[in-house]
Design a protein around this ligand. Structure first.
Ligand code: 5GP
Length: 208
């Protein structure tokens, strides 16, 4: 079976990337699986343990780091976030495209480790709309919202390090574009290294 792709999706807080990824993975559930991260952030609203995140104390999280159980981790606005390694490896080997919804520092670490990773950045149609969405979500204080908006400005400096940028204006349109981009990228020479190598080996027969 062909190995699944590793896909990183990033975007400023409030861009709606969570909703986007949930829709993608439920609509095309045979093709994709979403990795569940560990975090020291407190659960928000209806978030459940093991579904949105594995919620950890700082001590527990630091133990995971010490035991090398994380593929990457980063500190984001005062909390730790990290990707459990075993999940990603097992599902890729089972042929699923594994999606990581993580921020930029983690994304670049993953790209360093796995050169064939596909990096996609999701943006809102405008900065005003971003603020609007964060305020409407109503889950954070004004101080946290302002911190996240400042952070968005910093993160915007790194967008060119991603392979693709998608505007999440209309959710329905964006989810289909996302699926098309990932499908097209599965044919990229970067991902198809094994196929190319196999053909090269087979072709050697004719040059001897
Ligand atoms: P939130 O607190 O809004 O759920 O997430 C804050 C940021 O952390 C988002 O940009 C999200 O993509 C990112 N994030 C979530 N899980 C991980 C992870 O495992 N590693 C890294 N590096 N970032 C993560």
């Amino acid at each position: 079976m062909e190995k699944g792709q590793l896909i990183v999706i990033s975007g400023f807080a409030g861009t709606g990337k969570g909703t986007l990824v949930k829709l993608l993975t439920s609509r095309y559930e045979k093709e994709y699986i979403l990795s569940v991260s560990a975090t020291t952030r407190k659960p928000r609203g209806t978030e459940r343990e093991g579904i949105e995140y594995f919620f950890k104390t700082v001590e527990e999280f630091e133990e995971m780091i010490a035991k090398d159980e994380l593929l990457e981790y980063a500190k984001f606005v005062d909390n730790y976030y990290g990707t459990p390694a075993s999940f990603v490896k097992e599902w890729r080997e089972a042929g699923k495209n594994v999606i990581l919804e993580i921020e930029i520092q983690g994304a670049l670490k993953i790209k360093e480790k796995y050169k064939d990773t596909l990096l996609i950045f999701v943006v809102p149609p405008s900065a005003a709309e971003l603020k609007n969405r964060l305020v409407k979500r109503g889950t954070e204080t004004e101080e946290v919202i302002n911190k996240r908006l400042r952070r968005a400005g910093e993160e915007s400096e790194g967008i060119e390090q991603y392979d693709y940028v998608l505007v999440n204006d209309d959710l329905e349109e964006c989810v289909e574009t996302l699926h098309q981009v990932i499908s097209a990228a599965s044919h990229s020479t970067r991902v198809q290294g094994e196929l190319i190598e196999r053909l090269r080996q087979e072709l050697k027969v004719f040059s001897d």
